[in-house]
Design a protein around this ligand. Structure first.
Ligand code: 57M
Length: 359
């Protein structure tokens, strides 16, 4: 909105023309969201503490986690408004993709809020039932999938990294694939959010990577040169990704070890879901498995652990899943697990950007 208002006067004040550029507005979006989180982080944490919105830590977790009992949670109530406010300020309000990603933020944020609220009100680590949570997630993802499928000119072909001539058209199968990507990314980030900064760090790296992808896919000449799908209007998603990067860095200021606040499901569910949504919009769906490889790895560790546990009648592959707990129980100090996982996330992000050229 602010962008459109300011740009109205570019005829009289020539330098206002700079607001036309997505790169400039992406920078402003990141700085705005960062400033909001840094400015309001302290007051929000104090408010959560005053309202006794504290984390109930399960008894069966790693021993060192008991010290975290009562840490303020639902910090996503800071992240999501910062991302939304910054995007509304600096993105083009006439771009439908902007409203689609904001819808996902609100829908999954509401699901996470309900889950967190039930946990903190009931004072246990139980929230919404797994089936209710999953059904709500699938319902929201179906709305997104249907809108994209019905959007005139939206391409239902699957873009495969490294293969520039192979892009199978999935037709209506694109709908379940989009649902799988959005709900899968949402739950994978949720599972990863089990150590201080362990989710928000790689989320920030992933959105920084998709900031590049969205800008390139929305730029016809660059997309054609790189032979990646050109998606008209997708460039505006860079402004949204910039907002998430800024909010992520701002939240990390408070979530860094030892955390003053946890993001809660109200943060982890929408962040994962909207990462999946941006990947689908920019037709970089498959490469999401590389960009978000850490989240995939965390989710697979749980799937394999639970399956093996059931098949063998109680044996485990890892000391504890998700995999970050396995390294904690091996004796790695929490900060060492966190920073090493961040390093892996950065390496995967760099590799995924290399897929743009290696085709
Ligand atoms: C999401 N939530 C953290 C915090 C955060 C099927 C099973 C694998 C499910 C899984 C599970 O319950 N996942 C829920 C992970 C929790 O964090 C809260 O949840 C929000 C994110 N959704 O924002 O509000 C705990 O994580 C710690 N934490 C930090 N710093 C942070 O910045 O230290 C979180 C954020 C917090 C805090 O201790 O309380 C969580 O771990 O629950 N279950 C598990 O992950 C459990 N694993 C497990 O049961 N493994 C089994 C089988 C079932 C796979 C096995 O290996 O045999 C572990 N988690 C807990 N206890 N709490 C281990 C047991």
């Amino acid at each position: 909105m602010l962008y459109k208002l300011i740009y109205l006067f570019h005829g009289d004040v020539s330098w206002l023309n700079v607001f036309r550029y997505i790169t400039f507005r992406t920078l402003l979006s990141a700085l705005t969201a960062l400033a909001v989180c840094l400015l309001f982080g302290g007051p929000v944490i104090r408010r959560l503490r005053a309202m006794q919105v504290g984390q109930h830590v399960r008894d069966d977790g790693p021993p060192n986690h008991k010290d975290k009992e009562g840490t303020p949670t639902m910090g996503g109530c800071l992240i999501i408004p910062a991302v939304t406010a910054s995007t509304l300020c600096w993105a083009d309000p006439f771009n439908p993709y902007v409203w689609l990603v904001l819808f996902v933020c609100m829908a999954y944020g509401a699901i996470g809020f309900m889950d967190d609220y039930l946990k903190t009100v009931r004072r246990t680590s139980k929230g919404l039932s797994a089936s209710a949570k999953f059904l709500l997630q699938v319902g929201a993802a179906l709305i997104v999938a249907w809108i994209l499928y019905a959007y005139p000119g939206y391409d239902t072909r699957l873009n495969l990294p490294f293969l520039k001539t192979v892009s199978p058209d999935l037709g209506w199968w694109y709908i379940p694939m989009v649902v799988f990507i959005i709900t899968g990314a949402s739950n994978a980030v949720n599972l990863t959010d089990g150590l201080d900064g362990l989710a928000i760090g790689p989320v920030t790296v992933a959105f920084g990577t998709y900031l590049v992808f969205t800008y390139l896919s929305g730029h016809v000449r660059l997309a054609n040169y790189l032979q990646i799908p050109s998606v008209p209007g997708a460039g505006e998603m860079a402004v949204f990704c910039g907002a998430v990067v800024g909010a992520g860095l701002g939240f990390l200021w408070y979530n860094a070890f030892p955390a003053e606040v946890f993001m809660g499901d109200v943060g982890s569910l929408p962040l994962g879901a909207v990462l999946g949504t941006v990947a689908v919009i920019t037709k970089q769906e498959i490469v999401l498995a590389l960009v978000g490889g850490l989240f995939v790895f965390e989710a697979l560790s749980v799937i394999f652990q639970v399956a093996y546990f059931k098949i063998t009648g109680g044996q485990r592959i890892f000391r504890m899943a998700p995999i970050h707990h396995h390294f904690e129980l091996k004796g790695w100090p929490e900060p060492k697990v966190i920073v090493r996982f961040w390093i892996i996330a950065i390496i995967l992000a760099l590799l995924s950007i290399s897929t743009l050229k290696l085709r």
